[in-house]
Design a binder for this molecule. Structure first.
Ligand code: NI
Length: 182
């Protein structure tokens, strides 16, 4: 998701794939113990790329990796609160919903209101392979759901009406064309 954080880190930046890159529609695969070194290298670069964008969440698909890894930080930039989630899985969703404006680093400068479960509980592994759970509401809840969707090839525009989605994607295509023409 797009956001205002801009904390600097020194890990190499990775280019963020832009819609309609087909990798954004792929399902990422579970991380195993054999992926430990790759994930350790990937996560700092994902944070660096997310902060640079600036964004508040990034999924591995968006930088061309198909490992189930997401990074999020919805805190103000003066007090960064980075969380890396390996194999994240929503285990509880509230029946109550909430609507928030969402954007996506892979669908730059396009925003729309998306309705999702208001609260979620997510199970994941941290970078040391420890099993953890996090309960979220508000922005963090929407952000976690948005990023976990990416791992399943789902984008926030999929929640919009066909009319709204087509309008937004046409605006994006036009902006990308103009960007390339420059
Ligand atoms: Ni996104």
């Amino acid at each position: 998701m797009r956001g205002m954080s801009e904390t600097e880190t020194s890990a190499p930046l990775l280019p963020i794939l832009i819609y309609p890159n087909p990798v954004l529609r792929k399902t990422a695969r579970p991380v195993t113990a054999l992926d430990a070194d790759d994930v350790r290298a990937l996560v700092p670069s994902m944070f660096a790329s997310m902060y640079k964008a600036p964004g508040i969440g990034l999924a591995a698909n968006q930088i061309g990796s198909l490992l189930r890894v997401i990074v999020v930080d919805v805190a103000p930039k003066e007090q960064p609160a980075p969380i890396a989630l390996i194999n994240p899985e929503i285990i509880v969703k509230s029946g109550e919903t909430a609507t928030q404006e969402e954007g996506c680093l892979s669908i730059p400068d396009q925003y729309a209101e998306v309705t999702r479960p208001a609260r979620v509980k997510v199970r994941y592994q941290d970078l040391n392979g420890m099993k953890k759970e996090i309960e979220a509401e508000g922005l963090l809840s929407a952000c976690l759901q948005h990023e976990i969707d990416h791992l399943n090839g789902v984008l926030f525009v999929d929640y919009l009406s066909v009319l709204k989605r087509n309008m937004l994607l046409r605006k994006l295509a036009k902006a990308v064309r103009e960007q390339k023409a420059r």
